[in-house]
Ligand binder design. Structure first.
Ligand SMILES: Cc1cc2nc3c(=O)[nH]c(=O)nc-3n(C[C@H](O)[C@H](O)[C@H](O)COP(=O)(O)O)c2cc1C
Length: 125
């Protein structure tokens, strides 16, 4: 499964780019994909979804199968809340919330979630 990710200060990029996955970076949100993907985003403002990610979702909603988000626990109840906003709004599965660039355990959990999604995804003949 393709991983589409947005990163402002590099944490999400470090998390995703060490994984053995196909990936596509969201820069402006104007990117278009044509395959199922999961979204990995950072959290901004006070628990908000970054604007470029909002744009990306608008253009590619039909392909998005799940969401993971990075944040910082210093933000308390707003920790990685961008994931809650997106999963709540679109009824998508929450795959993972992780701090900063994530730990090895986070990477393992995320890969397991991806594998489960791949198993569930309908196969094209
Ligand atoms: C202006 C600003 C607002 C932030 N707001 C939140 C927040 O509401 N919740 C949270 O968990 N993290 C928040 N963060 C922390 C980032 O989401 C976190 O550092 C993340 O790992 C950044 O990912 P990136 O390096 O890929 O951009 C904020 C960071 C900045 C700079």
């Amino acid at each position: 499964m393709l991983v589409a990710y947005a990163s402002k200060t590099g944490n999400v990029a470090r998390f995703v780019e060490r994984l053995p996955v196909q990936r596509c970076r969201i820069w402006t949100g104007e990117e278009r994909i044509d395959a199922p993907c999961v979204l990995v985003t950072y959290t901004t403002g006070f628990g908000q979804v970054p604007a470029e990610v909002e744009r990306f979702v608008t253009h590619n909603r039909g392909h998005i199968r799940g969401v993971a988000a990075s944040g910082n626990r210093n933000w308390g109840a707003n920790f990685a809340r961008s994931a809650d906003v997106l999963t709540g709004r679109y009824g998508l599965p929450l795959l993972l919330k992780f701090e900063l660039a994530g730990s090895d355990k986070d990477a393992e959990r995320f890969l397991q979630a991806l594998q489960q999604m791949d198993r569930r995804a309908p196969r094209l003949a």
